[in-house]
Ligand binder design. Sequence first.
Ligand SMILES: NC(=O)c1ncn([C@@H]2O[C@H](COP(=O)(O)O)[C@@H](O)[C@H]2O)c1NC=O
Length: 507
Amino acid sequence: MDSWALISVSDKRGLVDLARWLVDQGLQLLATQSTATALSESGFTVHTVESLTGFGEILDGRVKTLHPKVYAGLLADESLAHHRAQREALEAPRIDVVVVNLYPYETALEQNAPLADRIESIDIGGVALIRAAAKNFARVIPVVDPEQYAEFMQKPLHEWTLNERRLWAQAALYHTAWYDAMIASTLGPLPEGWWPRRWAIGGTRQESLRYGENPHQPAAFYRWPGPGGVAHGTLLQGKALSYNNWADLDTAWRLAASLEEEPAAVVVKHQTPCAVAVADTVNEAYRKAHDADPVSIFGGIVAVNRPVDTSLAEALTDLFLEVVVAPDFTPEALATLGRKKNLRVFQVPAGAHPMDWEVRSVTGGLLVQARDDHYSAWDRWTRVAGPDWAGRVSPADLRLAWASVAMVKSNAIVVVNHGVTVGIGGGQTNRVDAARQALERAGANAQGAVLASDGFFPFGDVLELCQAYGIAVVIEPGGSVRDQESVEKAEQYGITLLFTGERHFRH
Ligand SMILES: NC(=O)c1ncn([C@@H]2O[C@H](COP(=O)(O)O)[C@@H](O)[C@H]2O)c1NC=O
């Protein structure tokens, strides 16, 4: 019984070794044009799809393999006599292995290719071949990625179990689903607030993680096509990042990047900032952030938004940190950090990632939303009580307080004084507890400081606390039915009260 492998690959890495193995397994080779050329140049006997179908490629390759002879060879259920008879009547070869890797749409995307070029990079026939093979997995094995070749060649074809074949079919269908999801989401922008009836996201597995949030939770890390974002960063030193490391460094980096106007340092623990600072230099910002909470920083993640030099690297190696994140490191700084073998050093590429979705699962479903990355500036806020903030606090402190409170878990209150968070209260189930926590931590440093709240005040009680601690300026969204209570208290205490008109919950 003749058995064939159909090979149609854009990425020709590993092709020769794979073809040799297939021939050793007793398969004959059938290939599309340039794949066939590459194979025959390497000395293989190979039949072209064109010679099988008597039909050459048309429309610049948009139609190559879409022919009944190919699909009869793939889709015939050989356990059914009439399928066998129809395939044989067509003189279609029995194809038992399909090796296809698709037109590189992802590369076109990453290279920012114009839309017309990206459209030409949308594979049609390759997807259909993979799909047909996956449907007929009881007989046909789809191989879709050069990364799979080594595993594929590990044992003879006749030893493949039905379970293994099904698993490879599933991997192949995930592959085409990923491919189509990538195309669907990047052909052009979606209107704000418009969600397709059916939705899919696709990522490429970068690594299987040792475990998830806890050791009994299996986990993996997938990333969307780049460029930009922490997912496309580089681990320059240290052990592989854990699930919690990824989550924490994302929080740290997003906050550091959002403070781009000044050199900034952010310390994060458990996805919430424990200290954030801005200064004239990033070294000074780090020192301020460190001193603001020298206890919580232990085992934390530090992100800075400017390159790390030797003196900052020295300071960073003075204590136990999990990860240091920055846009760049001088070679000398890397050498210094290298003395701490267990410290992970992570470089994030410039620029945000174009996909600004946030996705979270609930049991049985997914929640999807636009990322909360847009903080309004003070010139769009309304002063509703007290004197002008100018002269009392700096614009940098307002910015720092508002950006930081947006990244603290709700209910969140942040107190900022002279470029550093002096008190952070977060993850509380009522706002006054969050305020008490932040103000107690700030202590005397609350005198003359800015206090920001991620949500509005339902009562005037937070203002009372602010007065007791000497807060000068309060930033909150406004919008409570009892706003007037807070406004009156602020007036009475001489506190400047600013309404931002936007809230920044982070649950
Ligand atoms: N249109 C078709 O019938 C078709 N059949 C296979 N392909 C793709 O053509 C590529 C290989 O072609 P070649 O061997 O000529 O380089 C593969 O990426 C394969 O996925 C096709 N091209 C695009 O859809």
